[in-house]
Design a protein around this ligand. Structure first.
Ligand code: SAM
Length: 239
């Protein structure tokens, strides 16, 4: 993704109540932010947000958190959220801190955003706090010496394991076959097992059921690229 410094990013993100700024403060308390005990799903590297915003609108009973490292990219997701009627009414039982109380108007109430590097997820979420993790079209970091920066690497899988609830799952999609092969090879040494693997998601009617396209998925599948996907869980965790 081409990155540009966008001067208004800081002020727009600062002013958006759904962008959680003091994220480590809420470790173990994310359900307070949402004001309900519903499951929490996160997307790491959300980009411009199409995937997560679509899921949040479709599934009001699930809470979503989008994590993106660059403010200039998160800005695009937040502006899209705001133009789609974001900033919503939170249920009455919600005990939201004042600085996170969304405006009183209808819209999507079940999504929050964090601008951070995903390597810090164990500082932001308590053990077992997250029910599902999505990685979509993660940056490939093709040089071997950068393998640890790849979001499906064993180093990151260890971080994800620490925050995932018993019975939780991680889903990863990409059109990059080298990255996907690497990700599959990382599973056993990292202590994860695959429940589903496909090298042609769009040709698999069963796995396509309920599939929500990301920006990159739309672009690369339109170019004729096959989309790979796995669904994984820590080994020994079957529920
Ligand atoms: N998921 C979107 C999609 O499928 O359309 C965007 C894919 S884009 C290739 C990858 C995104 O992941 C970029 O926006 C990048 O900034 C973000 N990213 C990469 N490494 C990250 C990290 N360590 N922490 C948070 N975000 C990261």
């Amino acid at each position: 993704m081409r990155l540009r410094n966008i001067p208004r990013a800081g002020s727009v993100l600062d002013a958006c109540k759904e962008v959680v700024k003091d994220e480590t403060e809420y470790r173990g308390r994310w359900r307070e932010i949402f004001g309900n005990p519903r499951p929490i799903h996160i997307e790491i590297g959300m980009g411009k947000g199409q995937f997560l915003l679509t899921l949040a609108a479709k599934n009001p009973d699930i809470n979503y958190i989008g994590i993106e490292r660059y403010s200039s990219v998160l800005l695009r997701a937040v502006e899209r959220f705001q133009s789609e009627g974001g900033s919503a009414k939170i249920p009455a039982q919600g005990k939201l801190p004042d600085n996170h109380a969304p405006a009183d108007k209808p819209g999507i109430s079940n999504i929050r955003f964090i601008c951070m590097d995903a390597r810090n997820v164990p500082d932001v979420f308590a053990p077992g706090e997250i029910d599902r993790i999505y990685l979509n079209f993660s940056d490939p970091w093709p040089k071997d010496r950068h393998a640890k920066r790849r979001l499906p690497s064993r180093e990151f899988l260890e971080r994800y394991r620490r925050i995932l609830k018993e019975g939780g799952r991680l889903e990863f999609k990409t059109d990059n076959r080298e990255l996907f092969d690497f990700a599959v090879e990382e599973l056993a040494p990292a202590g994860w097992v695959a429940e589903e693997i496909t090298y042609d998601l769009h040709g698999d009617d069963r796995l396509m059921e309920g599939n929500v396209m990301t920006e990159y998925e739309e672009k690369f599948s339109a170019m004729g690229n096959s989309i790979c996907k796995y669904v994984i869980r820590p080994s020994g965790n079957r529920s």
